[in-house]
Design a protein around this ligand. Structure first.
Ligand SMILES: *Cc1c(COP(=O)(O)O)cnc(C)c1O
Length: 434
């Protein structure tokens, strides 16, 4: 069991071993990413423990949070299913060995082709809107399917602290807005007309949503399921997919809130979810991976500009797009290290930590107090296991960095496995049309 108090020590061990094994190397491997696979397994176990055994639950991992196939395979080995939202993510989930019945396809823009494939293999589908429901009808009229089918509702409970991450606002693009004029009646008819419609789905937001707000959204989804069953006089809705969105603490090594906190909140606010009457699907992403991954980049040069020290490093917008473009919403912890990987100490000096991209805003931190950095030092960008290095931004034709899995044995030795090789110049040329 990896505890939060060990997180810093584990990162340091991994970093030193990476330098020692030349996984990080100042001429040829200036940026690399790491996933602590032991800690990921602990996170999955905590998720499984959080739900009472009396509730039939399938925990799926939201592939977009970290879509690397070996990471998905690891999660499958740990007992997870997989939530996907594009043909690419579906292919990644299948390549990682997930059985179709443990895959859920959610997307607001599913093409006919994607729906046909999903229904043919028997993966679950959550329809986003009425038009998609009609499209599914057409496809099912021509072929059999074992897929579980649900509807994503928008419970319209409002926004968390990050508007762009809040999916249950009054005007969100996701799902069917439950409180809009006529929608509830139209939805009830849709369930009445389609006995195959047996699930209700809601995902209230990702990051920045308080647990109470998320639970309110789930409560409305469950109440709607109860309403369908009551009005139809049959137990047609058998499952509720509660989405993901457990917020992650980016301010320290503490994992808070935990899955158990969220389940306690749900038990208090949505007791009907825990009677055992409904099957449950979850779709957590960030909360399973973010704190178990970090990036390390060399400092190439340092300078002072307008009196402010700047460290030019190799980690910028290409691997930290959200932080660079929305620094207020996505601040990252950064640690400073000697070329050996050992932590640097000394007087804290406010410094800009810049990336390699050719635009002025490519900063992962501004005026951040850190021990003064020098060329050849290493900076680590913490809590970046989800939605960072796994989802690169192809700016300046910077290559995608290697991602290494790490495990630490009882003697403290670090064992690396390659989760994604660094992109080669050949692959980069191919990507750009050569
Ligand atoms: C992004 C997303 C998730 C995962 O959100 P996290 O914040 O990473 O837990 C789950 N379900 C849906 C439908 C999503 O779009």
């Amino acid at each position: 069991m990896v505890t939060s108090s060990q997180a810093g020590e584990r990162r340091e061990r991994i970093l030193r071993a990476a330098v020692h094994e030349r996984i990080l190397e100042p001429d040829h491997a200036v940026l690399a990413a790491f996933v602590d696979l032991d800690a990921v397994a602990d996170g999955v176990a905590a998720l499984h423990r959080a739900f009472p055994a009396s509730v039939p639950v399938l925990h799926t991992f939201a592939a977009k949070a970290n879509c690397l196939v070996p990471v998905l395979a690891e999660l499958r080995n740990n007992g997870m299913g997989c939530e996907v939202a594009s043909a690419g993510e579906l292919a990644q989930a299948l390549a990682a060995g997930f059985a179709p019945e443990r895959i859920v396809f959610d997307s607001p823009a599913k093409t006919r082709g994607e729906l046909i494939q999903t229904l043919e293999i028997g993966a679950a589908v959550n329809a986003d809107n009425f038009q998609e429901l009609s499209r599914i009808d057409e496809i099912l009229a021509t072929r059999p399917s074992a897929s579980r089918i649900g509807v994503r509702i928008n419970p319209q409970v409002g926004s968390g602290s990050i508007g762009a991450m809040s999916t249950a606002t009054a005007t969100s693009k996701f799902g069917i807005a439950l409180e809009d004029d006529g929608n509830r009646e139209r939805l009830l008819r849709a369930y009445r007309d389609r006995p195959r419609l047996t699930w209700v789905h809601a995902h209230v937001g990702s990051q920045g949503c308080p647990l109470d707000l998320m639970a309110q959204g789930i409560a409305k989804a469950v109440a709607f399921a109860e309403q369908v069953n009551a009005e139809l006089g049959r137990r047609q809705v058998v499952g509720v997919d509660i989405g993901g969105g457990l917020p992650v603490n980016f301010a320290s090594d503490e994992t808070a809130p935990g899955f158990d906190d969220y389940v306690a909140c749900l038990r208090a606010q949505v007791p009907a979810l825990f009677t055992g009457e409904y099957q449950v699907v979850t779709e957590f992403g960030r909360s399973l991976l973010a704190k178990n991954g970090f990036m390390a980049a060399y400092v190439e040069y340092t300078k002072t500009s307008g009196g402010r020290p700047i460290a030019i490093t190799h980690a910028g917008a290409q691997v930290a797009a959200r932080t660079v473009f929305m620094p207020e919403s996505w601040p990252l912890r950064i640690t400073a290290h000697h070329p050996s990987g050992a932590p640097k100490d000394g007087e804290l000096v406010p410094q800009d930590i810049a990336g390699p991209c050719c635009f002025a805003g490519d900063l992962v931190a501004e005026a951040r107090p850190l021990p003064e950095l020098a060329p050849g030092d290493i900076v680590a960008l913490l809590d970046t296991g989800a939605y960072y290095f796994s989802t690169p931004f192809h700016y300046n034709s910077l290559p995608e960095p290697a991602v290494h899995g790490a495990r630490i044995d009882a003697d403290g030795n670090v064992h690396f496995s390659l989760l994604r090789p660094a992109q080669t110049i050949e692959q980069l040329l191919a990507r750009t049309g050569r």
